[in-house]
Design a protein around this ligand. Structure first.
Ligand code: N01
Length: 547
């Protein structure tokens, strides 16, 4: 949906202007950073590639797109009035609802006047002589700023596999992360969906209802739990809102940044099998991924414990899908549950009981090429009217590395990260002063309630900039040693869990040639926040500040 209130093109003077801070991206992260930095009295400009604000929720308009964290949690906490007044119609927000919410926030806090839409940042160069960044965009802007805030998103660089022949395809093709603004109707069409991650799992049941026939090309089976979405329960909303402040505070004390799930107290292995089955059954009936993974203390660190939960879900798949061969193909066996993003769905497995849906095993019979009339696997050809790629993103580093970020006369970020991303707290990169990343690699980000993580980062950055200003500081730089220790800690924590066992986008496994590095911090949000708070309290330990 193009933004009807998109401002007119910037004037020539503005195109060569200077700012206190440039923000890259006007999604949930960029907008809140803008709000905070403007509150400090800074002169700020945000550049946004899309024709509207919203980031992830602007681009991902595929059928069935919906958040997998409940709406009452997945929302900004910075304005008590906003959280009281906004009414979420459903338990989990749909993409249009969430975009409407973000749009409302942009209006309510008058953020649009500092956002330049339809503008992609191409390069950012830091000059150690002046301690300023020069930022260039694809619209001809060349502006300077003391600080650069990268709010470019973790899952914002869509990836279409390089199958030969796509340019010759005579039908229409789509990627979930670049979905057209106008609705797509697959009625009467033979459709191929490639990919069965969170996006595919949400989209497949909806397309199946429209299409004449749907072929799902699955390379790796994913675990999915029922979302149990429903209309918002009025009493639930009332009681949640009555305790909103306390709930938001409590969320900061949890590993995933989500309150309301009592911490588990024992191992799955210290629980009798019948009791365990009953507990999983109850979580399955309630819906939601966090509560399921929170059933026991050790599901993500102990393979034997995890096996009990993985097998429970595999049995559910076998009980749901009528054709035993299809059920077996859908039952994941190559990774422990939760070590890839655990999907949430509405009637995903049931969809494979439909006569108009065929599951293709793209592992044993891989896709070889796209043809003018469809798609060819090694063993056969499929005639398709449309192809929907649900093939994911160059996660966590893709959007940053698309920008030519460099220090004048020095290395580029791409050079520095050739072996994988390194950051201090996921917030700063040694050697790249005055650049902050919102929810960057090495922070809990994608392993938490993202809006809470965004607010924590933007608040920390705003405090840091306020500190710099009151002390006359013009250069803030992460120390190489502090960065190296943090990276080691991130790796050590990941290695103490089952996460690295999965070939997930958390380790960059979905991008051929990407260095295999575990990117998110999985030590828990609450401890991470304590670390960030302590760093600030110690006068920004690990950062060198220069006047
Ligand atoms: O992407 P993915 P996504 N041939 O990378 C397959 C968030 N999100 O867009 O596993 C055949 O998870 C690939 O197969 P494999 C969420 O954090 C949230 O679904 O590489 N298949 C996989 O099945 C999520 O984790 C929400 O073998 C190919 C799929 O494509 C993240 O975004 C909703 C292939 C990609 O899955 C990304 O999810 C949606 C090939 N050449 C997304 N290449 C919610 O809040 C790739 N695949 C609910």
């Amino acid at each position: 949906m193009p933004d009807t209130r998109a401002q007119s093109a910037a004037t020539e003077a503005e195109r060569q202007d200077s700012f206190d801070a440039i923000i890259v991206g006007a999604g949930l992260g960029g907008l809140y950073a803008l709000h905070r930095l403007r509150g400090l009295g800074l002169r700020v400009r945000a550049y946004e590639a899309g024709s509207g604000v919203g980031g992830t929720w602007f681009w991902n308009r595929y059928p069935g797109a919906r958040c997998d964290v409940e709406s009452l949690e997945y929302s900004y906490s910075f304005s008590p009035e906003l959280e009281q007044e906004w009414k979420w119609p459903e338990r989990y927000g749909t993409q249009p609802e969430i975009l409407r919410y973000i749009s409302h926030v942009a209006d309510r806090f008058d953020l649009r006047r500092d956002v330049q839409l339809n503008t992609r940042v191409r390069s950012a160069t830091f000059d150690r002589g002046t301690n300023l960044w020069t930022v260039r965009t694809d619209q001809g802007d060349t502006v300077s700023a003391r600080f650069c805030i990268m709010a470019s998103g973790n899952l914002s660089t869509p990836r279409v596999p390089s199958f030969p022949g796509l340019d010759q395809f005579q039908g229409k093709w789509y990627h979930t992360g670049l979905w057209p603004t106008e609705p797509v109707d697959f009625s009467g069409q033979v459709v191929g969906v490639i990919g069965t991650g969170s996006s595919g799992v949400q989209m497949i049941p909806i397309i199946a209802e429209q299409a004449k026939h749907l072929y799902v090309f699955q390379r790796t089976a994913n675990f999915s739990l029922p979302a149990r979405n429903d209309w918002m329960d009025a009493e639930r909303e009332r009681s949640h809102k009555a305790e909103y402040r306390a709930r938001r505070a409590a969320a900061h004390q949890t590993p995933f940044g989500i309150a309301g799930h009592p911490a588990p107290t024992k191992s799955a292995l210290d629980t009798a099998p019948e009791e365990r089955a009953a507990a999983y059954e109850q979580k399955w009936a309630e819906g939601g991924s966090i509560s399921f993974l929170y059933s026991y203390t050790d599901l993500l660190v102990n393979q034997a414990s995890n096996d009990t939960a993985s097998e429970f879900v595999r049995q559910k798949i076998r009980a749901t899908v009528k054709d035993p061969a299809v059920a077996e193909l859908l039952a994941p066996k190559d990774h422990p549950i939760g070590t890839k993003r655990l999907c949430l769905d509405t009637h995903y497995y049931e969809t494979y009981n439909r006569d108009n849906v065929t599951l293709v095993d793209a592992r044993t019979d891989p896709i070889v090429e796209i043809t003018p009339t469809g798609l060819r696997t090694r063993d056969r050809e499929y005639a398709l009217d449309a192809i929907a790629f649900a093939t994911g993103f160059d996660a966590m580093t893709g959007a940053l590395l698309e920008i030519n970020i460099r220090v004048e006369g020095g290395e580029t970020l791409a050079d520095k990260w050739a072996g994988g991303p390194t950051t201090y707290l996921g917030l700063m990169v040694a050697g790249f002063p005055n650049m902050f990343i919102i929810t960057g690699p090495g922070s809990p980000s994608v392993k938490t309630q993202m809006i809470l993580a965004i607010e924590q980062h933007a608040d920390w950055i705003a405090d840091c900039l306020a500190h710099a200003r009151s002390n006359g500081i013009t250069r803030i730089e992460a120390d190489a040693e502090a960065e190296q220790k943090w990276v080691q800690h991130v790796n050590d924590v990941a290695d103490s869990t089952l996460y690295p066992l999965a070939n997930s986008w958390y380790v960059g496994a979905n991008i051929p040639g990407k260095p295999r590095v575990f990117m998110p911090y999985v030590g828990g949000y609450e401890g991470y926040k304590r670390t960030c708070d302590a760093v600030a309290a110690e006068g920004y330990a690990g950062l060198t500040m220069t006047r």
